[in-house]
Design a protein around this ligand. Structure first.
Ligand SMILES: *[C@@H]1O[C@H](CO)[C@@H](O)[C@H](O)[C@H]1NC(C)=O
Length: 253
């Protein structure tokens, strides 16, 4: 039912309009390194395959900082098979390409770049109003959907375990999930992934010991450390820790 709804929402927007230049990245197995132009005829075949689609309405040939940030998002989206990252180029001159589509979603030229997020099962897209950068866009995706898109320095396997860990009240289930995380940590080969896994496991142990309040206290502590005079390296480490902590509080993202 929800998939049908997504199709409906999107087809309402896209069917019959002249979408000739929807650029898609992260589509296809193995990832795609450049933006791919998908002809409108492909759109209705592609979109239903995804649980969610994030779409940027912008000028026909976007450039600059915001576009770079969106490109970063699309690169991160390559690891999320359920997510479509797309862009609709709108021309307010000549053949007025995709202008009708922008109008249908209430997007005007002054709004560019405007990001809308279509989620399976929701009857209206979500509007992105945050600061325009890749991390904020990812948080926006995570806040409004179950689609996985990693924050920098997070690992999907552990994020999934942590979601269950934080939602169950059952202590023996919590312990089981901690053991599962420890096992996953053992399986990792890359030293940087091992370090991230260690952060997850240590936080889980603390939560078992001290309860869920540990997360907000620890977040405050780490944020405090980051204000201080610390090296760039240390700062990155702290940001990674903060992002892992955010994985423990899905709703606060
Ligand atoms: C917790 O979960 C275990 C199975 O994982 C179950 O045997 C036990 O009864 C549950 N405890 C409570 C208090 O619900």
């Amino acid at each position: 039912m929800s998939l049908v709804l997504l199709l409906f929402v999107l087809s309402k927007g896209f069917k019959g309009s002249r979408v000739r230049d929807v650029r898609v990245r992260g589509f296809g197995t193995g990832g795609v390194d450049t933006w791919q132009t998908t002809p409108s005829v492909g759109w209705s075949r592609i979109v239903p395959k995804f649980h969610a689609a994030i779409v940027k309405f912008d000028i026909a040939y976007p450039y600059g900082k915001k576009h770079e940030e969106y490109t970063k998002l699309s690169a991160a989206g390559r690891g999320s098979p359920e997510l479509l990252v797309a862009e609709v180029g709108v021309k307010d001159y000549g053949d007025m390409e995709n202008m009708d589509l922008a109008e249908r979603f209430g997007v005007t030229k002054e709004d560019f770049p405007k990001v809308k997020f279509f989620v399976n099962g929701k009857d209206k897209p979500f509007d992105f109003d945050g600061e325009f950068n890749a991390e904020e866009l990812k948080k926006f995706i995570r806040r409004h959907s179950e689609v996985y898109i990693g924050l920098e320095g997070c690992l999907e396997t552990f994020d999934r375990i942590v979601d269950r860990f934080m939602t169950t009240e059952n202590q023996s289930d919590k312990k089981g999930l901690l053991r599962k995380a420890e096992d996953e940590w053992d399986k990792l080969k890359s030293p940087s992934d091992q370090q991230i896994a260690e952060t997850y496991v240590k936080i889980m142990r603390k939560v078992l010991e001290k309860g869920g309040e540990f997360i907000s206290l620890e977040k405050t502590r780490v944020e405090g450390l980051m204000i201080g005079r610390i090296t760039k390296e240390k700062k990155e480490e702290m940001q990674g820790r903060l992002n892992v902590l955010k994985s423990f509080t899905h709703d606060e993202l």
